[in-house]
Ligand binder design. Structure first.
Ligand code: SAH
Ligand code: SF4
Ligand code: F3S
Length: 486
């Protein structure tokens, strides 16, 4: 694992997987107690940790980057693959040795694993005092009090309404230039392999006005790029009153109209031409031409789409309950290329060795990758998750060795395509938003172009947060290398 230290947060990265880790930073404002929070999983989990930090900062907590100095240790967990849960259990063992030295510290588990295992976690992991699911973070101060009084505390209630719309996140993983904004929670899709609908509950969309407000506030604080986040952003749909509770719903008739994702994109893009907009994740069944045309109309909406295919074979896609076929997916790729051009970045997620996948079907995945010409992909071995439809209905019958070999073939194909795609960017000028100093050398800066590719170039007197034109002169599979021309 490579450790990357940004100026504020620390992320440890593991190439080719989404098993990143985010740690709280040091911030001492003289409060009585210290919170250490460590997060795993997807960007939505990282965003949630920023909400949790915001909630606890209002109580008696400052944050620390060292678990040994904390009074409260929280671990925000992921259940997506078995390995993600194993990582968490290893960390809990580590915190166990800390707790032996300092029995007064409180250890809490948040996020998807908390939701999946609920109070079972208290039995399985004796050192855990606190178990809190993704929709129950507002209850944290109360739950921490309960632990202070000598009880164990659990809240894994899943809500149909909670979007934390009114909570301003404390940015943990921030370079001060790019930030994430959650626009919805949960997922209604029920892909057969996936645990998320069980750990995150029903899909609900956040009030667009609160999203625009948060984006404006970030712009005022110097941020230049925001990424709108959701498990399935294209099904974003907010209607008046949908997020008001009980009585308020009757008393406050709301005149505002229903807002879909294309409309939300437009609202956010109009805030300021200097504020770049990205979004993730798009589901192939839901992304519309309307969204593609909105992207085309606004220069500041980045030309990049994360469009996970999962498999290139229609029979496997059906078993996965992805609700689209290979043909449908290919039509979406064609629409993107027709409306947004060859230069639009496209990436995917792929699963190798799903239940009953044959060699021929695996080859369909490889040929789809070739057709789509992905700039990059996140690629995984199928990992059976307890309670999912696939676990109940199908046998996880592809041998591990075969899964690994297929994954390696998928990775090799992706590297070949990534390099070919990057070579097409050489000798062209790219508009890059500078995010900071390059990971490789202090003499270089790095940022991304509209298509989400990392671009590295000599520092000169450029600064973080500026837009620069970079002439790309060389590339690797993962990076474009060049020099600024303005
Ligand atoms: N909402 C997003 C995905 C979120 S999970 C979407 O629909 O695309 C991120 C990725 O993890 C998925 O796209 C899938 O490729 C992978 N994944 C999910 N469950 C998995 C499992 N059981 N085994 C292996 N990979 C899995
Ligand atoms: Fe999981 Fe499918 Fe929902 Fe994505 S769309 S979170 S893969 S169920
Ligand atoms: Fe993991 Fe939960 Fe995200 S399972 S990928 S942290 S939604």
């Amino acid at each position: 694992m490579e450790k990357v230290i940004s100026d504020i947060g620390i992320i440890s990265e593991n190439e080719n997987s989404k098993d990143n880790m985010l740690v709280s930073r040091d911030c001492d404002t003289g409060k009585k107690r210290k919170l250490y929070i460590e997060s795993y999983g997807c960007q939505m989990n990282f965003s949630d940790s920023e909400i949790v930090t915001s909630i606890l900062k209002k109580e008696d907590f400052d944050t620390t980057s060292q678990s040994e100095k904390a009074d409260l240790i929280l671990i925000n967990t992921c259940s997506i693959r078995e390995r993600a849960e194993q990582t968490v259990r290893n960390r809990l063992n580590h915190f166990n040795s800390l707790k032996k030295k300092r029995p007064d510290i409180t250890v809490g588990v948040l996020g998807c694993m908390a939701e999946r295992l609920k109070s079972k976690l208290l039995e399985e992991e004796k050192i855990v005092d606190l178990v809190v699911g993704p929709d129950a973070y507002r209850d944290l101060p109360n739950l921490v009090n309960k632990v202070d009084e000598g009880h164990k505390a659990v809240n894994t209630f899943l809500s149909r309404e909670e979007t934390y719309a009114d909570i301003t996140p404390v940015r943990l993983n921030s370079n001060g230039v790019t930030a994430f904004i959650s626009i919805m929670r949960g997922c209604d899709n029920m892909c057969s392999f996936c645990v998320v609908p069980f750990t995150r509950g029903r899909e609900r969309s956040r009030d667009p006005e609160s999203i625009v407000r948060e984006a404006r506030d970030l712009l005022d604080r110097g941020y230049r790029e925001i990424t709108l986040l959701g498990q399935n952003v294209d099904s974003y749909k907010w209607s008046p009153n949908s997020d008001l509770h009980g009585r308020a719903r009757i008393e406050r008739a709301d005149e505002r109209k229903v807002v879909n994702f294309a409309e939300l994109l437009e609202m956010v893009a109009k805030i300021d031409p200097g504020l770049r907009i990205r979004f993730s994740t798009s589901h192939p069944k839901d992304i519309t031409d309307d969204v593609l045309y909105t992207m085309k109309r606004f220069d500041n909406i980045c030309k990049y789409i994360h469009l996970p295919a999962q498999s290139g074979n229609s029979r496997v896609l059906k078993m996965m309950n992805r609700t689209y076929s290979r043909k449908w997916y290919i039509q979406k790729i064609d629409s993107i290329r027709t409306i947004l051009g060859e230069e639009c970045g496209i990436s995917s997620d792929m699963i190798a060795g799903f239940c009953t996948e044959t060699e021929e079907e695996h080859k369909d995945t490889i040929s789809l990758m070739e057709y789509a010409q992905y700039d990059f992909s996140y690629m995984f071995i199928y990992s059976e998750r307890p309670g999912t439809p696939a676990e109940k209905k199908f046998q996880d019958d592809v041998p591990l060795e075969t899964k690994k070999r297929r994954l390696n073939e998928i990775i090799a194909k992706q590297q070949e395509i990534s390099l070919a795609r990057n070579k097409k960017d050489v000798n062209k000028v790219h508009k890059v938003l500078i995010e900071g100093v390059s990971k490789r050398s202090g003499e270089h800066l790095q940022g991304r172009n509209s298509a989400n590719k990392v671009v590295v170039f000599p520092r000169k007197n450029h600064e973080k947060g500026q837009y620069v034109d970079v002439l790309v002169t060389d590339c690797t599979t993962a990076t474009l290398i060049g020099k600024t021309i303005n």
